[in-house]
Design a protein around this ligand. Structure first.
Ligand SMILES: NC(=O)c1ccc[n+]([C@@H]2O[C@H](COP(=O)([O-])OP(=O)(O)OC[C@H]3O[C@@H](n4cnc5c(N)ncnc54)[C@H](OP(=O)(O)O)[C@@H]3O)[C@@H](O)[C@H]2O)c1
Length: 257
């Protein structure tokens, strides 16, 4: 099965990296982008074949559209014929299935999903619109292949935007928290590399604790705060500085763009 990735920037490369790390052969992936020198350098680093949009679409069983949302229409106009009977996975945020369908030939089967960057290490989330035109066997293939990149979550179109703000934009917010904890560690004499590692392991473990036990985040916070102890002082300082409100405002800012 050949996979063509059209648009080989941050997300296209994150998906290629994730697929390669989960057993897909480099020979089964093609990538296309606009600037050929940049594309070739990126493809060489993964050992995959650089190509152009038409060839990527023609030679692939599954075509991933990973260009910016405002580029989708032009890109699809140029490869409409090649997409006949193909399975198409769009990762363009903000393009719902109803709009994508209008731009594709009738015979193409498509799904819209929004992955996040941890797909590069197979630990991502792929938020997918539950309205799609994949057949049963396509859906099985989609789960088999894209499930290697992380958890596939199917949602109604009206929930996609907020879900993307949490899972798609969230890695940027989480990385800022990670960086800030690293800075704080350095401030108090921990080596930067050690501080980042400690903070990353803590985030990973906290997420796993919630996912595996279903514990309420508030209960997880309470479990660390002993009366009159040091953690509650940290919690109080975060509240004083509007931590939770800042996080909610970040999602407001994404939603109200
Ligand atoms: N980054 C994320 O975390 C994230 C999360 C969820 C969804 N997404 C979605 O992923 C898509 C790509 O985002 P990104 O962050 O990866 O953007 P990006 O880094 O800017 O990559 C865009 C890619 O599209 C290529 N491109 C532009 N015009 C093209 C054309 N006419 N034909 C073929 N390729 C073309 C660019 O090539 P050149 O560099 O040569 O111009 C580049 O390789 C977007 O639709 C976005 O909504 C991204």
């Amino acid at each position: 099965m050949t996979i063509g990735i059209i648009g080989f920037g941050n997300m296209g490369q994150a998906m290629a990296q994730g697929l390669l790390s989960k057993g897909v052969s480099a020979g089964d992936i093609r990538a296309a982008a606009l600037r050929q020198d940049k594309l070739k350098a990126a493809c060489d680093s993964f050992g995959i074949l650089p190509t152009n949009n038409k060839q990527a679409a023609r030679e692939s069983d599954i075509v991933i559209l990973a260009v910016k949302p405002w580029q989708i229409q032009d890109v699809l106009l140029g490869i409409r014929e090649e997409l006949a009977n193909k399975m198409v996975v769009s990762v363009a945020a903000g393009i719902p299935f109803a709009s994508l369908k209008e731009m594709l030939p009738d015979s193409a089967r498509a799904v819209c999903c929004i992955p996040n960057t941890p797909v590069a290490v197979g630990r991502g989330v792929l938020i997918c619109e539950n309205k799609h035109s994949l057949r049963e066997e396509d859906l099985a293939r989609f789960h088999d292949l894209f499930g290697r990149l992380g958890e596939i979550v199917l949602l109604d179109a009206k929930q996609l935007s907020a879900a993307n703000a949490i899972a798609g934009c969230g890695p940027a917010f989480a990385a800022m928290f990670l960086e800030a904890l690293g800075d704080a560690g350095v401030k108090y004499g921990v080596k930067r590399e050690t501080a980042y590692r400690l903070a990353a392991l803590m985030l990973e473990g906290t997420a796993a604790l919630h996912l595996e036990t279903g514990l309420h985040p508030g209960a997880m916070k309470d479990a660390v705060c002993s009366p009159g102890g040091s953690t509650i002082r940290g919690v109080s300082a975060l509240e004083k500085n509007g931590f939770r409100s800042a996080v909610i405002s970040a999602v407001d800012a994404v939603e109200n763009k």
